[in-house]
Design a protein around this ligand. Structure first.
Ligand SMILES: Nc1ncnc2c1ncn2[C@@H]1O[C@H](COP(=O)(O)OP(=O)(O)OP(=O)(O)O)[C@@H](O)[C@H]1O
Ligand SMILES: Nc1ncnc2c1ncn2[C@@H]1O[C@H](COP(=O)(O)O)[C@@H](O)[C@H]1O
Length: 193
């Protein structure tokens, strides 16, 4: 199972990825979590990324490439993965296609034998804002949330069309109870493992 979780901030990507990762015994790889760990550890990357994250901007593409490549090369990623929050730009998607050709362990990014699926969780903006305000992460304040939603519409949403054109898109209504979203995902993805 090779999954990309898309959807705006607060759509439930992390929540669902964590559940399905435990169920299917494949790693949940969140670029946001990796970056936050780098910020806490005050690594060079963390120091460069922090101001972008605090403002709700995307961290520049070139800073993401190495961490994704390194994580995908770890042994637990051989059997499959759920990528949460990557790719987020057209440039990242192109880089990711190339990476899968090189280190994909048999996963190609397209073609008839490819099992890559891009899951989009759809949730209305007013619900997203309410969810994020009650989650209360450092970047979950009203101003940053608005900017993250805007950045999502401008830079990440175009990827929905990209994966739809490749017939890899799985669209799920994320504005339901958590268990119902999980059930929809299991049903939509059954037979893909
Ligand atoms: N189906 C749901 N119904 C109600 N609340 C939900 C649902 N799914 C997730 N949540 C809650 O909404 C908040 C955001 O969820 P989550 O962190 O999974 O979103 P995300 O898409 O990963 O966001 P981000 O991209 O900002 O990291 C969390 O507090 C989570 O508990
Ligand atoms: N793929 C990414 N490209 C650029 N910036 C990213 C990426 N993934 C995460 N970020 C930054 O981290 C925060 C939080 O990410 P979450 O996925 O919401 O945890 C995001 O706003 C970007 O600044």
């Amino acid at each position: 199972m090779h999954l990309i979780f898309m959807g705006p901030p607060g759509a439930g990507k992390g929540t669902q990825a964590q559940l399905l990762s435990a169920l299917w015994k494949i790693p949940h790889i969140s670029t946001g979590d990796i970056l936050r760990a780098c910020v806490v550890a005050k690594t060079d990357l963390g120091q460069k990324a922090q101001s972008y994250m605090d403002r709700g901007e995307l961290v520049p593409d070139e800073l993401l490439m190495d961490i994704v490549q390194e994580r995908m090369n770890q042994s637990d990623a051989r059997a499959g993965w759920i990528l949460d929050g990557f790719p987020r730009t057209v440039a990242q998607a192109a880089f990711f296609d190339k990476l899968l050709c090189e280190v994909g362990g048999g996963v190609s990014s397209s073609g008839k034998d490819c099992d890559l699926r891009a899951v989009n969780l759809d949730v209305p903006d007013n619900i997203l804002v309410a969810r994020l305000l009650s989650r209360g992460r450092q970047d979950d304040n009203e101003e940053t949330i608005r900017r993250r939603l805007q950045v999502y519409r401008e830079q990440t949403e175009p990827l929905i069309e990209f994966y739809r054109n490749r017939e890899q898109l799985v669209a799920v209504d994320g504005d339901r109870a958590m268990e119902s979203v999980t059930a929809q995902l299991q049903q939509a993805l059954s037979g893909d493992s």
